[in-house]
Design a protein around this ligand. Structure first.
Ligand code: GDP
Ligand code: MN
Length: 391
């Protein structure tokens, strides 16, 4: 799960990470009110969407007066920001974060990530952060600083000092940097994060270190034990189908292809997606209906998959172990009648009560294409998607 910049800053501030003064606003009047609260005459008005690279897309405005804050807020709210992380459809701005603008001496980059190769939390840092960090990472990869953490003891102060020296900080800022890095690492561990990124981390002209931007992502499987994190979920930022699926205990991930998939078990789903690709198609989604798939859940799965306009054929692939093929078959028949499937449908059943299951499909009188093996099913659904035969 991702969260907004202002939420990440609030969480990190609780771990001693210094952040600029700021407040959230949902309309221009609130934005002005926040600016008055903050005081001073220079403000940053920042679009809150789940994406980086907002600066380059026009989502960050520096303002020299409260009137300018009002205008910037009016411009940004309701706007669709297209960054190189949002995809071409962009994201609509519903919230703004109003901050004191700070005088920047230097912009740096730090990011804590999960390094799967070393199976450790890794700190990645660079003395020159900001909006060009991706270009720097490509053009001079040797200048990237890396440090991995021993999981049994966590980040050690000497490691943080090494980073501070490698970033070439003035002596007065070294201890501040150590505290900041240790705080980020503690936040990462104690909140079950999968990423903590501060870009830019700035050194101000009066020698302060401040997290000017902050990004955090969390392990979905740990949210049950982090209620203060899970309550930060913003439904506006998520694929509505994914949240709808989660409410019904279905595991749904939207993809770019044209073959809609309903499968039981994540392993079988992965194998099926590979087989579809092998047969020359591309999956439109990953949908695991899980072990005890009731007819209602199968019907819900059909609804979700068919909401996707790109779907030109559907594949139901069930290996029934705990499930029974006859229950699944009943669910499929019920779903097709209830939901109305207007694309070709291929069903492959295997496992417990397979003969009973097939008999139900045959007796339904519906135009369902049946398949025996996984390979057979993949070829049939790809062919059906190409010639558009309707079930
Ligand atoms: P991102 O583009 O989504 O990563 O948004 P950031 O929060 O990182 O802002 C982009 C850029 O705006 C930063 O790299 C800064 O150069 C600039 N910026 C943001 N806040 C301030 C501020 O308070 N003062 C100044 N001078 N620049 C800022
Ligand atoms: Mn940034």
């Amino acid at each position: 799960m991702d969260i907004h910049e202002y939420q990440a800053k609030e969480l990190l501030a609780n771990f001693g990470v210094p952040v600029p003064k700021g407040g959230i606003a949902y309309n221009p009047e609130q934005a002005v009110y926040r600016a008055t609260e903050i005081g001073g005459t220079r403000f940053a008005v920042k679009a809150q969407i789940h994406s980086g690279a907002r600066g380059k897309a026009g989502g960050i405005k520096l303002c020299e007066s409260e009137d300018a804050v009002r205008d910037a807020a009016a411009d940004l709210l309701g706007m669709t920001l297209v960054t190189h992380q949002t995809g071409p459809e962009g994201k609509v701005v519903h919230r703004l974060y109003i901050e004191e603008a700070v005088p920047i001496e230097r912009e740096m980059y730090i990011g804590f990530v999960l390094d799967r190769k070393s199976e450790r939390i890794m700190l990645v840092a660079h003395p020159h952060g900001g909006m060009e960090i991706e270009e720097i990472a490509v053009s001079e990869p040797e200048t990237i600083i890396r440090q991995t953490m021993e999981p049994a003891v966590g980040m050690q102060a000497f490691q943080a000092r090494e980073i501070a020296f490698a970033l070439d900080l003035p002596p007065a800022a070294v201890n501040r940097m150590v505290n900041l890095l240790m705080g980020c690492h503690r936040a990462f561990r104690e909140l079950d994060a999968t990423m903590v990124e501060i870009n830019p981390l700035v050194l101000t002209s009066d020698g302060q270190l401040l997290a000017l931007d902050a990004k955090m992502a969390f392990d979905d499987n740990a949210l049950f034990r982090r209620p203060n994190v899970s309550e930060l979920r913003d439904q506006n930022e998520e694929d509505p189908r994914e949240s709808q699926a989660a409410e019904h205990g279905l595991n749904y991930v939207a993809l770019d292809g044209e073959i809609g998939c309903i499968i039981n078990g994540a392993g079988l789903a992965m194998a099926t997606m590979d087989m579809i690709e092998h047969a020359g198609g591309t999956p439109a989604n990953f949908l695991d209906v899980g072990g005890g798939a009731s007819p209602e859940r199968v019907a819900m799965a059909f609804k979700l998959v068919l909401q996707d306009q790109k779907v030109s054929a559907m594949l139901v692939n069930i290996f029934a172990g705990i499930n029974r093929c006859d229950w699944i078959a009943e669910g499929v028949v019920q779903a097709v009648k209830e939901v109305g499937v207007n694309v070709p449908l291929v069903v492959r059943l295997a496992g417990t009560n397979v003969d009973e299951g097939r008999a139900i499909i045959d007796a339904s009188g519906l135009d369902i294409i049946t398949a025996d093996s996984l390979a057979d099913a993949a070829h049939k659904v790809v062919a059906a998607s190409k010639n558009g035969k309707v079930a």
